[in-house]
Design a binder for this molecule. Structure first.
Ligand code: GLN
Length: 541
């Protein structure tokens, strides 16, 4: 029997609902249950794929090629359960489904309305493809009180009724602000937020209260009294120094115990050994390295969420603290890269789009190659490394990417046709922008004797993609002659997936996004190896 836990947020946004859901998922797993996590997003975009990273942070890509909310990354990192296309839905997608059905005549002449047609479509999504999971945790994006989240709240209210209390639970995340002049923690915003939720017919079963300090018992009692709950169902969610402490902290406050009690499930203590080990490593590492991340969206770190976490995981694997130095690649246009990169132990150029800042990324790749500093190029970062090698090693001066306009030497170009398994996938330059990239998991063959073959310990791997352009296989021979090895190719040999410089201590570019599959308890081998190389570099400088 699958049980459903709905997680809503109140008072303000950015309280970490996604992390709370992910941490609860981890706690339920630690008690031996199976979980699926999904998210309902109230905006009108069909998916976040077309949104600027400044607006929405990272776009998280699933194996089955969906462009989803970055919270799905938290879910995977905390539970290891791979997300699927069906785990993230937006108002935009719900409405397109309903309108398509209306056009098709599926509503048999009915007036199509938010209730019941839109809410039914939302409920269908929540209940679909849950497999044999013991729990489905379903996060509702936005904040209670927003106009746009109303249909979602109505849908989960109905589900609460239909499933019954034995199969559903409502968790509400709120904030207790500290007012310095009064020297007090304030419970009123939480009371109001719960009232708002009650106004749409939902009585929360558990409150998670974010707070920057201990919540005194009398405040807990007061919230419980006003919000119609027992005090032990008011769970303090205090700030922690690392996100991987959250499952441990929540358990300490009785969150998962109360969830089990609600469902009448046995309450044997969860096995949190994995999380204690991770937290110990993060808090007291033996070594330290500094990595420069040369990108574009460096002012909003959510744009590189999975990347930053994957680097932390590489640190966990090597028992080292990884200090990140975020550098906007455009600075290299006016200042010499040397000033910024001289003291770092590794350089990473992440994924990116568009010409702005591209030249700076090429300079970073050049600096890393010439100075023998470990270099990790991801997606755009690989493409820029290949252009750098083409220009500076192979003497192809006009080497460029057709992403930046017509180009005489398209070392990186638009591919319009490729194979996925046995199926031919086609694109054209005029395709819609939404959902038309090479997306999701593709296999890649690793060359015997290559560095990546060694790092992965396998000759066939599968990694997730999100890009429109490809390194042009027609330049392979010329680039290999000057030392850039094409060490990973698509199974049909047409798409370059990995390049490396065998003459360099660690210089690897990958067309895919390995950061999307890294977990704190299972760091991605490329990140583990990159940080190891950076540690070796730190011993040299
Ligand atoms: N802009 C490049 C492309 O579309 C790289 C994309 C990326 O780095 N994710 O191919």
């Amino acid at each position: 029997m699958t049980r459903f836990i709905f997680i809503t947020g109140g008072v303000v946004s950015s309280l970490g609902k996604g992390l709370s859901a992910a941490a609860l998922g981890a706690l339920l797993q630690a008690r031996g249950f199976t979980v699926r996590l999904r998210k309902l997003d109230p905006y009108l975009n069909v998916d976040p794929g077309t949104m600027s990273p400044y607006q929405h942070g990272e776009v998280y890509v699933t194996d089955d090629g969906a462009e989803t909310d970055l919270d799905l990354g938290h879910y995977e990192r905390f539970t290891g359960v791979p997300s699927k296309r069906g785990d993230n839905v937006t108002t935009g997608r719900i409405y397109s489904t309903v309108i398509a059905r209306e056009r098709h005549g599926d509503y048999l002449g009915a007036t199509v309305q938010v209730i019941p047609h839109v809410t039914d479509a939302i409920k269908e999504f929540v209940l679909a493809d849950t497999g044999d999971a013991d729990f489905v945790l379903c996060e509702i994006g936005g904040t209670v009180g927003d106009i746009e989240s109303l249909p979602f709240l109505e849908a989960i209210r109905q589900l609460g009724n239909e499933l019954g209390r034995e199969r559903s639970l409502f968790v509400h995340l709120t904030l207790l602000p500290w007012i310095p002049s009064a020297g007090e923690l304030k419970t009123k915003p939480t009371q109001h937020s719960v009232k708002e939720l009650l106004g749409v017919g939902i009585q929360p079963d558990i409150l998670l209260c974010r707070c920057d300090r201990e919540i005194p018992p009398e405040s807990r009692r007061k919230i419980a009294l006003f919000c119609n709950l027992r005090p032990e169902r008011v769970i303090p969610a205090l700030d922690v120094d690392t996100i991987y402490q959250v499952p441990i902290a929540y358990h300490g406050q009785g969150f998962d115990t109360e969830v089990c009690r609600h469902f009448g499930l046995p309450s044997d203590p969860p096995d949190l050994g994995r999380w204690h080990h991770i937290v110990e490593r993060v808090r007291a590492p033996e070594g330290e390295v500094s990595i420069a991340v040369v990108g574009k969206y460096t002012s909003l770190l959510d744009s590189y969420k999975s990347l930053a976490e994957a680097l932390v995981h590489g640190g966990i694997a090597n028992n080292a603290r990884v200090n990140l130095n975020w550098i906007d690649s455009q600075v290299f246009e006016s200042e010499d890269a040397v000033h910024y990169l001289e003291d770092v132990h590794g350089i990473l150029v992440p994924g990116g789009f568009g010409e702005r800042g591209a030249q700076g990324k090429i300079q970073a790749a050049c600096f890393a190659r010439e100075r023998q500093v470990p270099y990790f190029g991801i997606c755009f970062g690989m493409q820029m490394a290949v252009i750098e090698a083409a220009r500076n090693l192979a003497g192809i001066e006009k080497a460029g990417s057709t992403e930046f306009g017509p180009c005489e030497e398209p070392v990186v170009g638009l591919m319009t046709e490729w194979l996925r398994g046995n199926e031919v996938v086609r694109r054209s330059a005029g395709s819609d922008l939404g959902g038309t990239m090479r997306l999701g998991a593709y296999e890649c063959m690793l060359q015997p004797g290559s560095q990546v073959r060694d790092i992965y310990g396998a000759d066939r791997i599968s990694e997730r993609h999100r890009h429109r352009y490809e390194v042009n296989i027609n330049y392979k021979d010329r680039l290999e002659q000057v030392g850039l090895r094409f060490s990973g190719l698509s199974p049909d040999g047409v798409l370059p997936e990995i390049v490396e410089l065998p003459e360099h201590p660690w210089y690897i570019g990958v067309q895919f996004h390995p950061e999307l599959k890294s977990k704190p308890f299972d760091p991605h081998p490329l990140f583990t190896s990159f940080i190891k190389a950076a540690i070796e570099q730190s011993r040299l400088v």
